[in-house]
Structure formats: structure tokens, C-alpha cells
Design a protein around this ligand. Structure first.
Ligand code: UTP
Length: 222
């Protein structure tokens, strides 16, 4: 299968070098059977830098570019952990990502352009490479009716349609560094191309494998 992962930046940031090595090993295992692309988010570094830049009255597009820089830092760190199993740098275009996958290399990407998040990059990449599945691995274990960190009544969806996802994500504010489950642009992309998508907790690397097989406890979107 062709698999595209959207990996929340915090999942990498919180790991020691040894943990990153183990994490990378699991991705290499996956890549034995599948073509794997990983789009890495900015996590805490992005949020901190965007927060400071905004306080310094930088504009939103500027903050987005700062965020993209953070995603690239995280992508390079994952490439370091993957070693020879990965293409040596985050590609700047979708066409280069496709080319870099030749020979079974894992391709690790960061952000692309302002006005979106890495979920949208992952969705567009999934379209471009005709992925069998898009797996959004985040710090939350699925898509909820509301932010589970804020609303104790928030309910997790086991399954939902692409249209449901679009509706839910549209309700979330679109600002640099915002923390929606899936960004609205990503939701629209997976909807228009009917890309089978899963949202799972990415902190447990086994979940990344389970998500590929469909046996996970997150949200399945189709
Ligand atoms: P993330 O993809 O990590 O954003 O990119 P996020 O979803 O808000 O972060 P998490 O998942 O909650 O940790 C970090 C920031 O980089 C910019 C945006 O400002 C985004 O919020 N970015 C990223 C872009 O402008 N374009 C991109 O293609 C990617």
C-alpha cells in the first residue's frame, strides 16, 4: 500500500534520541511492506515561535513561514533517526516527493506554503501519489465532537464520513498555530478525492501500524 502519515510535531519533540531511534525502526518495518511518506508537524517549537512572533506583531503569513521552518526542523530530526532508509531532505514539491520515493525510501516532508497546516500537505500528497490511506497521527486519539481538552462532554467518533469531517473542521478557527483535529483544507482535499483516512493517537508507534491495517481505536473516515 501507499501510506501517507501526518505526524504531529509534538510526537517527535517529546522523545529522547533512543526513543526516536525506536520510533524510526517501526517506520522502517512498515516500509518493508508499504511505500511510506511522513509529513511532520511543527509541534511545540512552532507554537512557541509563532506565539512570540505574533506578540512582536508579525503578520499571520510571516508566522506561517516561521511555522514551516519548525516543521522542517522536525522533519530533519526524523530523517536523522531514519538514516539511510529515508530520502536525505524534505522535498520542496509534491513531484520531488514522488521522485524521492523511488527505491522504497521513506520520504519525510515538512510544511509547504502559508495558510494551511501539515495535515493539508499530507492530504495533497496523498492525492498526488494516489495513496491508499492517509493516517493523521496526533496527540489526541481520534476526532471528537468538541475539543476534549476543553469540553468534558466531547464524544469521540469511531467512524465518520468525509462530509462530517469537513463540517466539523470548518467550525475551527483558521489561524497560524491553531490546534484543530484536522485542518479544513485537508478535510476538503480528502473529501474531493474520497481518500480513506484515519485519525489515531500517534504517541504509540504500534498505532501507526494498526492504522494501516484498519485495526485501531481512533476515527476511521470514509
Ligand atoms: P502544523 O502542521 O504542526 O500545525 O504546522 P498545527 O496543526 O497547528 O500543529 P499541531 O498539529 O497542533 O502541533 C505548524 C504551523 O506551521 C504553519 C502553520 O502556521 C501551522 O500552524 N504551516 C505549516 C504552514 O503555514 N503551511 C504548511 O504547509 C505547514
Amino acid at each position: 500500500m501507499i501510506l501517507v502519515y501526518s505526524l504531529g510535531g509534538s510526537i517527535l519533540y517529546e522523545r529522547s534520541a533512543d526513543e526516536l531511534k525506536n520510533f524510526a525502526r517501526s517506520l522502517v518495518d512498515l516500509a518493508e511492506y508499504h511505500q511510506v511518506y511522513v509529513v511532520v508537524g511543527g509541534g511545540k517549537i512552532a507554537r512557541e515561535y509563532i506565539g512570540k512572533a505574533r506578540a512582536l506583531e508579525a503578520g499571520e503569513a510571516f508566522c506561517d513561514l516561521l511555522g514551516i521552518g519548525a516543521t522542517k526542523l522536525n522533519a530533519m530530526l526524523l530523517i536523522a533517526a531514519l538514516g539511510k532508509a529515508a530520502a536525505p531532505e524534505p522535498p520542496e514539491t509534491y513531484a520531488r516527493a514522488l521522485a524521492a520515493s523511488a527505491g522504497g525510501k521513506i520520504v519525510v516532508l515538512g510544511g509547504m506554503q502559508p495558510g494551511q497546516t501539515t495535515d493539508a500537505v499530507a492530504a495533497l500528497l496523498a492525492e498526488y501519489v494516489h495513496a491508499d490511506k492517509l493516517i493523521v497521527a496526533t496527540s489526541v486519539d481520534g476526532v471528537y465532537s468538541a475539543d476534549p481538552g476543553i469540553d468534558p462532554k466531547a464524544k469521540k467518533f469511531d467512524t465518520m464520513t468525509h462530509q462530517d469531517l469537513v463540517r466539523l473542521s470548518m467550525e475551527t478557527e483558521m489561524k497560524a498555530g491553531s490546534r484543530s483535529p484536522v485542518d479544513p483544507l485537508a478535510a476538503k482535499i480528502v473529501e474531493r478525492s474520497s481518500i480513506p483516512t484515519a485519525v489515531v493517537y500517534g504517541g504509540d508507534v504500534e498505532n501507526l501500524k494498526r492504522a494501516a491495517e484498519g485495526s485501531h481505536s481512533g476515527t476511521e473516515i470514509s
